[in-house]
Design a protein. Structure first.
Length: 441
């Protein structure tokens, strides 16, 4: 018998997302049975909140009629997202279960490029001709409004369905029934193109603070709308991909929990090998200064301190610049402004750490925690100047690498923190021992 996941609470009183979370906690057999027992009007909503793998498991466990009812009731945009995650053979079988009208809609949406706005849109919206009255528009809303994705706006079109304007429902409520729709139009609207990339839609929703935007074809014909909840999913996917790249691995295509061990290994091994080979240059740099190290072994005590400070400053700068680029706060043309700002930032940070480093050596020498030798002041000066140079270099490197990647049409997020840190580690040793060579040796 299936486990009671509602603990005394009726399923009707729970949000579909909460029910989906509870279903996820069950084993496959109990999950299918519990889902089957849900009220019919809730099944479709709950299904859209489940992970793709669980959705596919439910398809295998439900009967043909249940699957048919479920798919036909799903919103077109949610159904398109569901089809994208299915194997090709399963897509064919499930599409054939749809009603003729719903099948046409599904095939139409699947015909758009994978990352296009057309894949996100729904054809369920309210439109009105410009020469109809407000009263006629309300009659149309009462007849077809239940199926619409949102009723916040109605979309005004001409006789060829070309979008002319979008009108807030509040404006209709305040208008007289015999007023023509075109009298409410200001012909000032924002629309997405069906072929544009999904990520291009994100700043438009943010800029205009809209809950939904119309989608038009290349010729301006209204073909659907995209709602904010669908765009939020794209924002989450984009940010997750950028964070994973910035962590020094290839972005995962599916959730971590569902990623096979071998796939996880492949996604992480590539960057680790590249970074490992890069770190080998650190040994080469130390080998080059072998004689200097033998003459002043005390220098080796500060190697971790020196290179970590450079890597940390570089990672900080890269994080700031990549996020600023993602938010459109800066672009390629701002590279000189960023460089000037980061030069001063790097110097201030470097001097701060340099002073702290010198004070640390002074305290350890004065209180006999460690003996740095008779030339301890020169050792302190070497460490301080090295910190200034390396932090400055790390800050400049971390801030400029994203610009270089953007210039070559690459994703700035690939200038990951480990990548910047590795590069600064190698160059930082060269800076450190070069300064030591001038001051101590």
């Amino acid at each position: 018998m299936a486990t009671n996941i509602f603990e005394g609470t009726m399923a009707e009183n729970l949000h579909p997302n909460d029910i989906a979370e509870k279903l996820t906690e069950l084993n496959e057999k109990d999950r299918i049975l519990t889902f089957f027992l849900l009220p019919s009007e809730q099944k479709t909503e709950v299904f859209t909140y489940l992970d793709p793998k669980i959705q596919q498991d439910l398809l295998h466990g439900l009967g043909k009629k249940d699957i048919t009812d479920l798919l036909n009731e799903m919103a077109p945009d949610d159904r398109t997202e569901f089809f994208v995650d299915l194997p090709d053979d399963l897509i064919k079988n499930t599409i054939n279960l749809l009603d003729e009208s719903e099948r046409k809609v599904a095939l139409h949406l699947l015909g758009y490029p994978e990352d296009s706005v057309g894949r996100l849109m729904t054809p369920n919206y309210i439109q009105a001709k410009k020469n109809c009255t407000v009263g006629q528009a309300f009659a149309h809303i009462k007849k077809f409004g239940r199926k619409a994705e949102t009723l916040n706006y109605i979309y005004v079109v001409d006789k060829n369905d070309k979008l002319l304007d979008d009108i807030r429902i509040g404006n209709l409520l305040l208008a007289d029934d015999d007023m023509l729709i075109e009298e409410l139009c200001d012909y000032n609207f924002i629309a997405l193109r069906s072929t544009m990339n999904q990520e291009e839609a994100i700043p438009m929703f943010e800029k205009y603070d809209r809950s939904a935007l119309p989608v038009v074809s290349e010729t301006g014909v209204l073909v659907g709308i995209v709602t904010a909840d669908d765009v939020l999913d794209i924002v989450q996917e984009r940010d997750t991909e950028d964070i994973q790249k910035f962590g020094g691995l290839e972005a995962l295509d599916i959730p971590y929990r569902d990623t096979p061990l071998l796939t996880l290994f492949k996604k992480r091994a590539g960057w680790l090998i590249i970074l490992f080979l890069g770190e080998m240059l650190t040994a080469s740099a130390m080998g080059y200064f072998e004689k200097e190290i033998e003459r002043a072994l005390v220098l080796t005590l500060f190697i971790p301190l020196i290179i970590s400070s450079g890597g940390n400053s570089g990672s900080q700068a890269a994080t700031l610049i990549i996020r600023a680029m993602a938010l459109k706060e800066i672009g390629l043309r701002d590279w000189w402004y960023v460089m000037k700002k980061e030069i001063f930032s790097g110097l201030l940070l470097g001097v701060t750490l340099g002073v702290i480093g010198f004070i640390r050596i002074f305290i350890w020498q004065s209180f006999h925690f460690y003996n740095y030798g008779e030339h301890w002041t020169l050792v302190g000066l070497t460490v301080s100047l090295s910190l200034i140079g390396i932090v400055l270099w790390g800050t400049l490197s971390g801030s400029m690498i994203p610009f270089v990647l953007r210039l070559f049409k690459l994703d700035p997020a690939t200038s990951s923190a480990p990548f910047v840190a590795t590069m600064v580690d190698v160059t930082g040793l060269i800076i450190y021992f070069s300064i030591a060579l001038l001051i101590l040796l």
